[in-house]
Design a protein around this ligand. Structure first.
Ligand SMILES: *Cc1c(COP(=O)(O)O)cnc(C)c1O
Length: 389
């Protein structure tokens, strides 16, 4: 197979393959251009239309569009009434935005460890961390594999907690036949270009609760009362402290147009994951995520835990030199400087801590060709051959 390019061999490919990227069609572009020529660049009908189409796709009562996945998490935490003195349980294996929003509202993130198969919150460890200050469970559907929402929902019900599901990875995934976005009290999505649906920047929260939806609509618009806004042309009132987290009609048009291809894009991602699974199944040093039979993943990421010599820095450098845009998702949040400074210790979540230093995400996006997948597999094989001979 040849020497690793990192050590002077010939790379698998010249054109670098990113780990994720958007796919924009002519129809997407046409709808954006049409919106640019319309009367509304923000606060207009494209935003309402995007919310309706998204709610319909996931089977939710209400969908509230915001300017990013982070804004979606912030709005959800705000709407749930989480504030100073409150705690919420979450996973360290996530992008830091999930728990940063708790810090923003003055609440305390409490990290609980993940299970070994899909690296989602381990429900059996949560109860011991629940106390009278606990207000919410914040699972993350890691890599696109839905969290164990049934177990988490039962726990939440028993302790009077709200479930805020960070579904930034799992648009199009299902739990027992139900779409993610129709299950938890609040579900948040991100429309960053590497996610299943790309707005440039954008986010959405879905809920069945009309009051939570109304609170999030106020929060994204400074906290202005919408009742006052609609009564008379000029009159308005500020009833709580919000932000400008509005999505533009331009971004909403881009998102709306892509909903039509979402199902096909998720199917393509599942095909790519199956090809990777086949290629790596016989190699025990490449530990794959195991899909739950009742919770099919929408595969935002394809992470492997490598049990090889060398170490994460060298694996990533070696794959990138082969032209394969490998990445790490994630360094455990409780290992990051800001969190360490606040007293967190990654040793409290040993499964996440160990995984964090073994994880390597391979390229995974719906526009990947079969040749891209084969290149990515070839680069991993070179890595295995280098270390195991
Ligand atoms: C992408 C992502 C976010 C943040 O979304 P943005 O749209 O970038 O603000 C939050 N949580 C997770 C798990 C993500 O992957």
């Amino acid at each position: 197979m040849g020497k690793l390019a990192l050590f002077g061999g010939t790379p698998v490919r010249r054109e670098p393959l990113p780990y994720g990227r958007q796919a924009i069609s002519d129809e997407d572009i046409a709808l954006v251009v049409e919106t640019l020529r319309s009367d509304w660049l923000t606060g207009g009908p494209r935003v309402d239309g995007f919310e309706r189409a998204f709610a319909e796709f996931v089977g939710a009562e209400h969908a509230v569009a915001v300017s990013s996945g982070t804004a979606a998490l912030h709005a959800a935490v705000f709407a749930a009434g989480i504030g100073p003195g409150d705690e919420a349980l979450s996973t360290p294996l996530t992008f830091s935005a999930t728990t940063n929003v708790l810090l923003h509202v003055g609440a305390t993130p409490v990290f609980s460890d993940v299970e070994g198969e899909r690296l989602g919150l381990d429900p059996s460890l949560l109860e011991a961390r629940i106390n009278e200050r606990t207000k919410a469970l914040m699972p993350v559907d890691y890599a696109g594999h839905p969290a164990d929402l049934e177990a988490l929902g039962a726990l939440a019900q028993a302790h009077g907690l709200v479930v805020i599901e960070d579904a930034s990875h799992s648009l199009g995934a299902r739990v027992g036949g139900r779409q993610v976005g129709s299950i938890a009290d609040l579900t948040t999505f991100s429309f960053h270009p590497v996610k299943h649906l790309a707005c440039g920047e954008g986010g959405m929260i879905t809920t069945a609760d009309p009051e939570l939806a109304e609170r999030m609509r106020r929060f994204r618009n400074h906290g202005l009362s919408s009742a006052a806004r609609t009564r008379a042309g000029w009159s308005y009132d500020l009833v709580e402290l919000g932000l400008n987290y509005r999505l533009t009609d331009i971004a909403a048009a881009l998102g709306t147009s892509q909903i039509a291809r979402l199902e096909a894009n998720v199917a393509r991602r599942r095909e790519i994951a199956a090809a990777y699974d086949d290629a790596f199944a016989a190699q025990p040093e490449l530990v794959r995520l195991v899909e739950h039979p009742d919770r099919p993943s929408s595969w935002h990421l394809y992470p492997l835990r490598l049990q090889l010599p060398g170490g994460q820095d060298e694996w990533i450098a070696a794959l990138r030199t082969e032209g394969i845009g490998a990445n790490v998702h994630y360094r455990a949040v409780n290992e990051l400087t800001l969190y360490r400074q606040r007293g967190y210790d990654p040793a409290e979540t040993p499964v996440a801590q160990a995984a964090s230093h073994q994880l390597v995400s391979l390229p995974m996006f719906h526009a990947m060709t079969d040749q891209d997948v084969a290149d990515s597999v070839a680069a991993v094989r070179k890595l295995v051959e280098h270390y195991l001979g």
